[in-house]
Design a protein around this ligand. Sequence first.
Ligand code: GSH
Length: 339
Amino acid sequence: MAADKITNWVAPNDKTGEFKRGQSQFRNFIKKGGEFPPEKGRYHLYVSYACPWAHRTLIVRQLKGLEDIIPYTSVHWHMQEKGWRFATPEDTDAPGENVTPDPVNKFTHLRDIYFSVDPEYKGRFTVPTLYDVKQKKIVSNESSEIIRMFYTEFDDLLPEKYKNVNLFPENLQKQIEETNEWTYNDINNGVYRSGFATTQEAHEKAVVPLFKSLDRIEKHFAESKEGPYYYGKEITEADIRLYPTLIRFDPVYVQHFKTNIRDIRSGYPHIHKWLRHLYWNVPAFKDTTEFTHIMRHYTKSHTQINPFSITPVGPQPPILREDEEVPAVAYALAQRNSK
Ligand SMILES: N[C@@H](CCC(=O)N[C@@H](CS)C(=O)NCC(=O)O)C(=O)O
C-alpha cells in the first residue's frame, strides 16, 4: 500500500504537504532501583552514523566515557523498504567502527527488534534505539532522553574524571531548554520539514524560519564574549544538539533538502568556526562523524526526493580545515586584511 511506504514521510493524500514528525514510542528511563538500573554491558545502543538524532547519543557516550559500559552497533546507511538493516560481512561500502551484523539477537533489520518487543508495534523503526539485553525490552527510542540518561545515570560506574563531565549544568538549564525549543523546531527538525515537504508552501514555511534561526545562532556567536562553545568554555547540550544537524548541512541538506539560502562555509563565519572547532579538536565529535554514511544515506535512501539515488560528489572536503576557507571567503578576508 502506497501510504505505508517507508519513504512516504508525508502521506500522498496529505494536501498540506507538511512533514509532521511522530512521537517516539518507547520512553523509559534508566534509573538506580528502577526497572532499568544502570549496569555495565546491559544496554545496547543501536544507531546509524547517518542519523543526526543518533549522532547525539554517540557524542555523549564518548564525552561521558561510557565506551566500556554501553556497547553500540551502527546499521548500514542504506535504508530500504524494510527500514534500517544491519551490515553483513559482504558489505564493504560502510566504513567506521561497529558497522556489523546485530551482535545481540542476530536480527537482520532494526524493525525486528521493535516487533520482538511488541508484535503489534505501529510506530516507525527509528535510531537511536536503546535496548535492554537482559530483559529483551526497548528502554527508549528518543534521543533527547537517551542523552540525558547518559549524562548522569551511569555516574556511579564512572571514574571521577567522567563523573565530573557536566553537560547540562544547573545554572544553564533554563537557557539550554529555551534554546532547545527553537533549535529543535526550526533547525534539527526544520531541515527535515524543508526537505520532506511535498508542496512549495510547506517547503518555504520551513526554510524561512530555519535560516532565521541560523542567523540567530550566528548573532549569538558574534556577540558572545566567551567561546569556543555555545555557552562558553564548556561543552553543553546546546553544542551536542546543534552539531549533528550543522555538520550535515553543507554536505547534504543544502542540496538534498534544498536548504540553500546560504551554506555554512560561505554564509555563517561564526557558526563555521564553532563547527570546525568541535570537529577538529574534540574527538567525541570527529570520531562519531562518518561522512560516507551521511552523504550516501540521504541521497540513496530518500528515493521520493532523489529517484536516481545519485550522490553528489561535493562539497569537497565535507568539512574544511580550521585554517582553510572557501575561495570567496578567503578573498574577502584578504581584502579586509589589506586595508
Ligand atoms: N525523535 C527521534 C527521531 C529519530 C529518527 O527519526 N530517526 C530517523 C533517522 S535520522 C529514523 O530512524 N527514521 C526511520 C523511519 O522513520 O523510518 C529521536 O530524536 O530519537
